[in-house]
Design a binder for this molecule. Structure first.
Ligand code: AMP
Length: 126
């Protein structure tokens, strides 16, 4: 179900549990600022999520409250993961859902990295 992506951070969200090691993930990369892991329900041959370690709900929340080092570290991690997965030459897509209209389900800021096949149009018609 879509979340509003606003308000207080929910410590019980799935990505918070993954960061605390309470539930497993298929890790791709981690550093001081970020964790990247395979999506549990992949929508492309490559579907990886990159999340900051800090407690941020949305892109606006992240960019308003995170330190410069966290923001730089997070976006570097996204680029590093795309390179690690050899997506640069064939191309890939980075997507972030924010709030109800986007269908955001997990209220912890994250980006999706999709690749491994031609990805079609930018937005679905529905
Ligand atoms: P979003 O709709 O942008 O909030 O995306 C949430 C994503 O998290 C979806 O693509 C889910 O398949 C994925 N997801 C949910 N639970 C897990 C989990 N335990 N491990 C990995 N990915 C998950």
């Amino acid at each position: 179900m879509a979340v509003k992506g606003l308000g207080d951070y929910d410590e019980g969200n799935i990505f918070a549990k993954i960061l605390r090691g309470e539930i497993p993930c298929k890790k791709v990369f981690e550093d001081a600022f970020s964790l990247a892991f395979h999506d549990i329900a992949p929508q492309a041959p490559v579907h990886v999520l990159v999340i900051p370690r800090g407690k941020y709900i949305s892109l606006a929340d992240f960019t308003a409250k995170a330190s410069d080092a966290e923001i730089a570290g997070f976006f570097r991690a996204v680029g590093t993961v795309a390179k690690m997965l050899e997506l640069e030459a064939p191309g890939y897509r980075v997507l972030a859902n924010m709030g109800e209209h986007s269908g955001q389900e997990i209220p912890h800021f994250h980006v999706h990295i999709f690749g491994g096949r031609p990805l079609g149009r930018m937005l679905s018609e529905t």
